[in-house]
Write a protein that binds this ligand. Sequence first.
Ligand code: SF4
Length: 346
Amino acid sequence: MVNLYSKTEEQVKDWLVQEGFKPFGAAQIFNWLYVHQVRDFSEMLNLSKDLRAKLAETFSLSLPGLGEVLRSEDGTTKFVCVLEDGKKIETVLLSHEDHNTLCVSTQVGCAMACKFCLTATLGLIRNLEPHEIVGQVLLAETLLPEGQSLRNLVFMGMGEPLHNYDNLILSLKILLNRRGLDFSWRRVTLSTSGLIEGIKRFWAETEVSAMLAISLNGVTQEARAQLMPVAKKHQLEELIGACRELPLETRQRITFEYVLLAGVTDDLVSAKRLVALLNGIKAKVNLIPFNEHPDLPYKAPAPEQVRAFQQYLLDRGLLCTVRKSRGRDVSAACGQLAAKASPTAC
Ligand code: SF4
C-alpha cells in the first residue's frame, strides 16, 4: 500500500482526478493530515464517504514507531524512529526558550564515510522514503509540550540529504506546503557534505528552497579529503567556486560548518586559511567542537582553542558561532543512539 504521507498535494490532486473525484479534495486531505493531524480516514469528516473509502483502500497512514526516547537536562530530546522494516534512525529535538528545532535524518546510515562521524560507521543501509522524513517531524510534534510546535528544521541528522535527492525534494514540498505544516524555507537548513552537482540542482529548483549549510571541515584540498573521502571527487576549489556563484538573497548567507578536532583542524593556521578561502562569500561559520567517542579516533579541542579560533575569525569580520554541545548526558555524538540500536553496528 502506498503511504499517503509520501504524497505531495499535487500528487494527491492527480490521483483524485484519475479516480473521478474533485481535485480540491487534496487541500482538504492535507488539512486533515497536517493541521488536524488525524490518523484515520474515517475522521476526515468533510470528505464524502466514497472518497474516504477509496482513500482507505489505496493508502496507508502509517508513521515510524517511536523507539527509545532520551531526554537531556538541557532540553535536548533524542529519539529513535523505528521504520516499517525494523531499521532505526535517530532524530534530535532541540528545545530552546522560544522555539524548537528538529534535526532530521534522510538516510539509514550514510555513504559519505566522514572520518569524524559515527553514522559513517554504519555505511549506507538505505534511503528514507518521503513519509519517513515527514514522519520524523510528525512524531517530534507529539513529544512537545502542549501549545508548542516546531519552528526550525535542520537536515543534519543521519545521511547526506542530496544523496537522497528525489525523496528530499518530495518531503520538502510536503513540509513547506502552506496548507500543511507550513514551514518557512528560511527556517529549513539543508546541510551537505558538498555534493556540487546536487547543490546546483537544488538551487535551480523552483518549488522548494532552503538555507544551505556546507560541511567544510578542511581548509585545503588535502586536509579536507583526509577527513571527508567525498572531497576527492567534489574538490574544495570547485565547491567554493560553486558557492561563490549561487545567487543569494540580500540577507541570505551560506553556513560553513567546521568541526574542531584537537591537533587536526583547530590551529590558527587553519583559521587563517579559512578566512582566505571564504573571502568574498556571504558566509557564516559554525564551529563544531568535536564530541569524543570511543569508536572515533579524534579528541575534543580545548575550550581556549575554540575561543581563540572563533576570535580569529570574528576579528577578521567573519560571522562565526560555536555550536553548543547539547544532550551530552544522553548521547555524546550524532548517530550514537541509532548506531547503538542498529543491528549492523553491534
Ligand atoms: S557527517 Fe554527514 S555526510 Fe558525513 S558521514 Fe556523517 S552523516 Fe554522512
